[in-house]
Structures are given as C-alpha cells and as structure tokens.
Design a protein around this ligand. Sequence first.
Ligand SMILES: Cc1cc2nc3c(=O)[nH]c(=O)nc-3n(C[C@H](O)[C@H](O)[C@H](O)COP(=O)(O)O)c2cc1C
Length: 324
Amino acid sequence: MKTEITELFGIQHPIIQGGMHYVGFAEMAAAVSNAGGLGTITALTQKTPEDLANEIARCKNMTDKPFAVNITFLPTVNAPDYPAIVKAVIDGGVRVVETAGRNPAQVMPYLKDAGIKVIHKCTSVRHSLKAQEIGCDAVSVDGFECGGHPGEDDVPNMILLPRAADELEIPFVASGGQADGRSLVASMAMGASGMNMGTRFIATEEAPVHQNVKDAIVAATELDTRLVMRPLRNTERVMTNDAVQKLLEKERELGHKLQFEDIIEQVAGVYPRIMKDGDMEAGAWSCGMVVGLINDIPTCQELIDRIMDEANEIITSRLVGAVA
Ligand SMILES: Cc1cc2nc3c(=O)[nH]c(=O)nc-3n(C[C@H](O)[C@H](O)[C@H](O)COP(=O)(O)O)c2cc1C
C-alpha cells in the first residue's frame, strides 16, 4: 500500500508503533521496522543520552530499515537533558522523530537541519495545526480512546480524524483504538494516511515486556481502562487494577485539592516493576480501550501481514462490492 506516510518515511506499510515507556526498546522498534512498519525507540526510557545512543546503535544492528525515536516533552520541573537527547538522535543517524507532549518548537531547527522527518503526536486539531505551522512533516492524531495521555478535550477519533482532515495540509496518521485491517481502512476513509498503534504492539512475541503484561492485555475487555489524573490536567488512560482503584478513590476524596504527591505511590517509577518484573498490581500503566480487540500474541510480522491482508480484502472486495 502506498500513502503519503509510506512515501514520507520510506516504509512498506502505513503502520507506526508509537513511543511507549519501558516497551519501546530496540527489540520492539526493530521487529516492527523489519515487518515493514515504522518501529520507535522511546528516548526517555533510557537513563542517559549515552544509553540512548547505545540503544539506537543496537537497533541499527537489528534492522537496516528506517525506525524512529520518540521524544516526549514532559511538563516537569526536572526536565531531562533534551539537547543531549536530540544530539544522540542526530549523531545516531536516526531518520524519523516522533515528538509528543509539549510543543517541540525548540528542537525543530536542529532536527530539520539534520534532515530528520518529524511526526508530532497530539490530541486536538488546534495542536495539529500548530505542529504544521512550526514545520512538522506529519501529525499522529491521538483520539480519546488512546492508551496514555488523551489530553483534556475527550474527542474520539470518529470526530477528530475527519476534523483533522478538513483542516490539515500535511499528512496524518490515526492513533488510538487501532488494531486491525478494519481500523486502517476506516481511518483512511476519514482522511488519515496510515495508523499508529501502541497497546496492540505490546501483545506481540517480540515486545520486550514480561509475559504477565501480554496476558493481561489479552484477558482485558474494552471496559477495563480508566482515566486517571484528570484533576491534575494530566489525564492518562490506564488499565484498571487495585492500585488504580485506590488512586481513583483518592481523586474522589480530594477532588480539585489533589496534588501529585497524593498519588505518587501509584504512578511514580512503576513502569519497570510492571513491564520488566510483571508485577501487575504495582501501579497505573497506560493502556488503550483497544485492549478489547486484542485476543492473541502474534509476531510483529504476522500482525502487520494480517492487517494488510484484511485491509486489502475490505477495500477490494467488501467496499468495491458495496458500490458495484
Ligand atoms: C504502555 C504505554 C506507554 C506509552 N508511553 C508513551 C510515551 O512514553 N510517550 C508517548 O508519546 N506516548 C506513549 N504512549 C502512547 C502511544 O505511543 C500511542 O500514542 C497510544 O498507545 C495509541 O493508542 P492505542 O494504545 O489505543 O494504540 C504509551 C502507550 C502505552 C500503551
């Protein structure tokens, strides 16, 4: 399949694996890229810019296909060393960067000078237009369904994607709630040039996470995610568990008086315990509503081939048949 996104990134299929904390290691990115999609290493999972440089080098040893690095701009006081992270990406010869979180304007000149393609992930039309204005090459439009941070507007992709299509000139991919060939065709019908998946890629053979995480995804339904941290305007969609129930109880108790310190136990530093150790009650971890559509643990190649076969079948048989 040829779209503006496959052309822009030099990939075979219009399928991207979004940056994921403690999932987006070299093994994940290389498996997706080797299967013809665009895999992504998550910069902030690496403890230092030197570690990130090593992770990029490891990925290059595992694939000769393009892959991306996700740089998430956090609303934090102790900001990571972003200039050194950008330098590691440029020196590592990475061709695509996925930015997310705050506006990436400060790093754009460096990335553009190095000839890097930038796809900014955001959750609203206004932020998509801002990304276009500051020179991003594409946008990943993340709907309310998504795992991770859906923003505060709560607009699902059935509305957000056609709205983005009406306003944007640069290409965009649909992100949030994407799982299969049906997602891809539907997103393309609404104007997207491909799709970005997070949760679906965690339940793959190559995802470098504990088996408990994959099993939890397969066992869960579309009713098993919750929104946390809304009172802090840092809303995150997570898989429910006892820790999340405790967190929500605190939110109900304290209302708008809630401080980050009140829920630190459930959210700070929990990712390694969940993703590496498989301690599924350690705290809140990002997970999309799409979990209800995930019932197996294929290889990345099997998953992407299946998506493309299904998409082709829907377009060339079901849809063509409907208008014949
Ligand atoms: C476990 C997990 C961790 C994530 N970590 C990040 C991150 O560090 N930075 C980021 O930009 N997005 C992150 N995301 C969001 C994904 O890149 C992607 O936008 C989202 O998962 C899409 O929704 P889906 O899960 O419905 O496919 C994360 C998602 C998950 C499920």
